[in-house]
Write a protein that binds this ligand. Structure first.
Ligand code: NAD
Length: 419
């Protein structure tokens, strides 16, 4: 079979039906799969997902194209309410392809569960006793999830920390679990709860918290790409890019916005695959502050050829089994579009998309500014808000962009003028 390419020009100009045809061919989707794009989540499924269900809430799925990751072509489904995000990712991926696309490095899927022990008389000897019983503790944890162990995962290590606090010293035991292709929260929480009585017996005192940590700093993904200086507009643009990025590296006020841009891409894919975007957000931001100062999740430098090298590093607690991704039909469809075989592979796409999104935003900010890119779609939204419909929408939006003033009152005036 011919190798499929994710590189497409003018994808945005195609009608929705042709975009669906393209992705169906790319990902070998069935007619049933194709129908899903325009279907709604059925109410019974929704009612089983959360409590007190009233209905469902729809968001658009867009497709980011042009991604080349570790030599393989990907198209990426993105679920977001924000305009310009999908286009920006596709453009950045197109630029990254010139120098070989994205390369990733991914750790084993190790999650951490925490058990908090309070009122321990002698914390030092209790900590030692816990470590002396590591094997028994790991065996007990693994007895909770035979399926995970059969897949090669399971509890792998125990670490003990002694922390000072305003309510006295406490022992915090970390259970390190290889969760394979799961996000792992339920798996880890079940193991933590099972270990609690044994830890109390070993250490004395009593257990309070027993829960997963979202600072998944043993489950790290890195992605790297080189952006061609000529395609960027020359070495001066590369320098301007690095000047812009530098502020995010030293200043939390800028870093927060810079990282929000990264999460524009990452969250869209996390939602599309039915993963827990709050878990990813919490992990990413905590990791960005790991050295005591909140900073950028990406790094950039100029290489000897004058090209821009971009790198991203973040925790990535995501799964392709379990959770809502197993239940929601569109999450299953999005995973099929990605053609992923493991949670690790999905992590590599997550990191590459985050880097692409960040590159696109900083590139725009260093050159034309982001408003230019945002204006077209924003103008269409304002036109609709002002009451435009059908062909009027484009006419009103075009006029707003031409005048460089995208305001609701002006949109209303234009509607009157063209009537
Ligand atoms: P899960 O329990 O639905 O699925 C994981 C289980 O699937 C494993 O324990 C294993 O028994 C089985 N499994 C089958 N094939 C597997 C494979 N190839 N690799 C690994 N496991 C396999 O889900 P989960 O991933 O343990 O938990 C995810 C859910 O927990 C998410 O919905 C998340 O929102 C929620 N959650 C999150 C937090 C948090 O982030 N703090 C806390 C509680 C719950």
């Amino acid at each position: 079979m011919a190798k499929k390419s994710s590189q497409v020009s003018g994808f945005y100009k195609l009608p929705v039906k042709e975009r669906v045809d393209f992705v169906s061919e790319f990902a070998d989707l069935s007619d049933e799969d194709k129908k899903l794009f325009s279907s709604f989540l059925d109410i019974d499924t929704a009612d089983r997902m959360i409590e007190n269900v009233l209905g469902t809430f729809e968001l658009p799925i867009g497709l980011a194209v042009n991604f080349l990751i570790n030599g393989k072509d990907y198209v990426i489904p993105m679920v977001t309410e924000e305009s310009s995000v999908v286009a920006a990712a596709s453009n950045a991926a197109k630029m990254a392809r010139i120098k070989g696309g994205f390369k990733t490095e991914i750790s084993d899927p190790l999650m951490i569960g925490q058990l908090q022990l309070l009122e321990v008389e002698d914390v030092v000897s209790a900590a030692k006793k816990i470590l002396d019983h590591k094997k028994q503790l790991l065996d007990l944890a693994n007895a909770q999830d035979k399926v995970l162990v059969d897949f090669g995962g399971g509890a792998k290590d125990i670490e003990v920390r002694i922390l000072d606090s305003p309510i006295g010293k406490m022992i915090v035991t970390h259970l390190v679990v290889d969760v394979r292709d799961a996000m792992g929260a339920n798996a880890v929480n079940t193991m933590c709860e099972a270990l609690a009585p044994m830890l109390e017996e070993l250490a004395g005192g009593h257990i309070r918290l027993k829960i997963l940590s979202n600072l998944a700093d043993k489950r790290i993904v890195k992605a790297k790409a080189v952006f061609d200086k000529d395609k960027m507009g020359g070495e001066k643009v590369v320098d301007a890019f690095i000047e812009s990025y530098t502020l995010a590296s030293i200043d939390p006020y800028r870093a927060a916005t810079h990282n929000k841009g990264i999460m524009n891409g990452i969250d869209s894919l996390i939602i599309a695959t039915g993963n827990d975007f709050r878990a990813i957000e919490a992990g990413a931001h905590a990791y960005a502050a790991r050295d005591g100062q909140y900073t950028s999740l990406t790094k950039y430098h100029k290489n000897k050829d004058g090209d821009l090298v971009g790198e991203i590093e973040l925790p990535c607690a995501i799964g392709i089994v379990g959770g809502a991704g197993n239940i929601h039909p569109k999450a299953r469809l999005c995973k099929k579009i990605l053609g992923i075989k493991s949670a690790k592979e999905l992590s590599g796409i997550v990191a590459s998309l985050g880097l692409a999104q960040n590159f696109a935003a900083v590139f725009a900010l260093s050159t034309v500014g982001i408003q230019k890119g945002h204006m077209g779609l924003h103008a269409k939204n304002i036109a609709v808000m002002a009451g435009a419909s059908g062909e009027q929408i484009d006419k009103v939006a075009d006029q707003l962009v031409k005048e460089g003033k995208i305001k609701l009152d002006r949109a209303k005036e234009i509607i009157e003028e063209i009537k």
